[in-house]
Design a protein around this ligand. Structure first.
Ligand code: CA
Length: 223
């Protein structure tokens, strides 16, 4: 899961990043509203954590423009004050939830989980499956029958994407954006490298699932 934090207080942004990375989220930070809006418009985020008081463009304007651009990404707004007018304005312009600073890390994590739930099946079990494979979202392991292997974070994120998009083809560009982010210097080559890591692990597990290369298009899972 990829999270965008738009927060101008550098220390708070860093604390949030550390907290979320410990929970295995991939995190990007924008320190002002304009940059935050640019990043959020890329459409690669699963959730945006958006401060209200921001330089260049305030949080409400960022949110309004996001919604005007038909971006439905969940937005969790943060504000220093619990003023009712702020809350109402935030909800009016399309915020999904409002959290008042200071907040408990637990509360923030619970909000993020609630806002990023996609399929009912994900709530019941913490595993994704495809063919004979099971991806354990807590233990960060991929298993097949009795065999199991631990994945690095990027391998895990990539496998999670494949399993969430069963049998649809993921393009290299999509994988690159989702896994390395909008502004990173990663190249197509990175995707190939991690695909090959995952293929080695599938071989080791003796799974019947393969990552198929669709020439000039991308990759998909296949049994
Ligand atoms: Ca601020």
């Amino acid at each position: 899961m990829r999270v965008l934090i738009v927060e101008d207080e550098i220390r708070l942004a860093q604390t949030l990043r550390d907290l979320l990375e410990m929970e295995r989220y991939t995190v990007d930070i924008s320190h002002d509203g304009e940059n935050g809006l640019d990043n959020a418009l890329s459409g690669i985020y699963d959730i945006v954590i958006l401060d209200v008081m921001l330089p260049k463009l305030d949080g409400f304007s960022v949110l309004r423009r996001l919604r005007q651009n038909k971006q439905t990404v969940p937005v969790l707004m943060l504000t220093a004050r619990s003023e009712l007018t702020d809350r109402v304005e935030g909800l009016d312009c399309g915020a999904d939830y409002y959290l008042t600073k200071p907040f408990e890390p637990k509360e923030l994590l619970a909000c993020i989980r609630a806002l990023t739930r996609r399929q009912p099946e994900l709530r019941l079990s913490n595993t994704l499956s495809f063919g004979d494979l099971q991806l354990d979202l807590d233990a960060v392991t991929l298993s097949c029958g009795e065999k199991s292997v631990r994945l690095s974070r990027r391998e895990f994120d990539m496998m999670e994407l494949f399993m969430q998009n069963k049998q649809s083809v993921l393009t290299k560009e999509h994988l690159l954006l989702k896994l390395w982010g909008y502004e990173s210097n990663a190249e197509d080559n990175n995707v190939e490298v991690y695909i090959s890591f995952l293929r080695k692990k599938l071989d080791y597990l003796r799974s019947s699932v393969r990552i198929k290369t669709i020439r000039m298009v991308g990759y998909c899972l296949e049994q």
